[in-house]
Design a protein around this ligand. Structure first.
Ligand SMILES: [Zn+2]
Length: 401
């Protein structure tokens, strides 16, 4: 979408984004190699900034299981930007990107992007809102509650802490950082959605006010930057107002909020490339807020995004002959298989386990891996809905139909 860069501010934004993208390897935290990590891991990584006088750590309170949730504060500017990640314990991509970003500020302090951001903005960061969930790599808190449906009730200590922090600092901008199922696609295409964005609605009729329009401008900035690197792989998240969710309410409470959902990328189960996209998108958006240039963003870059849909499986075997049982004749079908991570109770390892999720004409669906098995005869004893299938068997079917 080069049209979004026709203006001078757009050109400048792209120069910034391109440099961040190309120098990422210099600044990423090389210690982080897996998206399964705990709060203890994260605190160890944050230790490396302790002697650098980069940030202030402010304890906010305790999770249900007594883990201290802290706010990281840096920058001296008057515009306050609040970034919170991992309220869902198994959604850590942006947490990794935030640590990369801190590393950039620490190692490239005199860089014009660092100086511009830290002079103009005060960054308020909760990198892991739900440490108990992260400990188990699960969505919900230790009390089995989805804290993103707890913004009104505030029954969980984690939701209480998030709301209290918002109210204490009254930030101008907010980034609500999540992961979505990597199998989302962009609109009706088979393009995997790498990142979905949303300026959440604050009411049922999805009205606009100054707060939400500013959020849309920031989302447009973020989207236009990503389109330069991954054209056609950015979508808009479901816009329906959810009265119990944080993004919607933080927008309503007066902070211009953008939801960022990290999606998928082929061959990137650990989401390391999506982490890099987050890093570039977040830093470029913060830079645009710091310079005020986000206000010149073309709103169409956000408003025109196709909605996230779900037209993707992990694996599709095309054109198999399925003989379901002795009573029926074989029929030509496509077979959709998803591979999910499961904890093996025997050895304590996380393993991939396949499940057959669709059989029939799957022509409208795409897949991370697909192969034409050219009328290979498969039996209904192996191929039936919801049947488990080992990852090894799936690979064998893909390689040698
Ligand atoms: Zn989430």
């Amino acid at each position: 979408m080069s049209s979004s860069f026709s203006s001078a501010e757009g050109q400048q934004r792209f120069v910034v984004a391109r440099e961040l993208f190309e120098t990422y390897a210099t600044y990423r935290m090389t210690e982080i190699v897996s998206r399964r990590f705990t709060q203890a891991d994260m605190l160890r990584w944050l230790e490396s900034f302790r002697s650098m006088n980069l940030l202030t750590t402010i304890p906010l309170g305790q999770s249900a299981e007594g883990r201290t949730i802290s706010l990281l504060r840096l920058g001296t500017g008057s515009v306050k930007v609040f970034l919170w990640s991992q309220m869902h314990g198994d959604e850590p991509t942006a947490t990794m990107a935030l640590l990369d970003m801190l590393n950039f500020f620490a190692r490239a302090r005199d860089h014009v992007v660092s100086r511009t951001i830290l002079d103009a903005l005060s960054l308020l960061i909760i990198p892991m809102v739900n440490p108990d969930g992260a400990e188990r790599f699960q969505r919900r808190t230790a009390q089995s509650i989805d804290m993103n449906r707890d913004a009104l009730t505030l029954g969980t200590p984690e939701a209480h802490i998030l709301k209290e922090t918002r109210d204490t600092y009254q930030p101008h901008f907010g980034f609500n950082l999540h992961d979505q199922d990597p199998r989302y696609t962009v609109g009706n295409s088979k393009n995997v959605c790498a990142v979905a964005l949303l300026a959440p609605a604050f009411d049922e009729s999805r009205s606009d006010n100054d707060i939400r329009v500013a959020a849309k401008e920031v989302a447009s900035t973020f989207a236009s930057v990503l389109q330069e690197f991954i054209p056609g792989h950015v979508s808009k998240y479901d816009e329906t107002f959810e009265p119990r969710a944080f993004g919607d309410n933080v927008q309503k409470w007066g902070t211009s909020t953008v939801l960022v959902e990290s999606g998928g990328w082929p061959g990137d189960r650990e989401k390391m490339f999506v982490r890099k996209l987050n890093y570039v998108g977040l830093l470029t958006s913060l830079h645009a807020i710091a310079t005020g240039t986000y206000q010149q963003a073309d709103l169409a870059a956000y408003e025109g995004l196709p909605l996230s849909t779900k037209y993707l499986y992990d694996v599709i075997l095309r054109n198999a002959q399925l003989k379901a049982n002795d009573q029926v004749s074989a029929v030509r079908v496509d077979i959709g298989i998803n591979l999910d991570e499961e904890l093996n109770m025997q050895n304590g390892r996380v393993e991939l386990v396949g499940k057959i999720v669709d059989i029939g004409d799957l022509s409208i669906f795409g897949a991370f891996q697909e192969v034409d098995v050219r009328d290979a005869l498969l039996s209904g004893s192996e191929i039936k809905m919801d049947q488990r299938i080992t990852a090894e068997r799936v690979q064998a079917l893909l390689i040698k139909p």
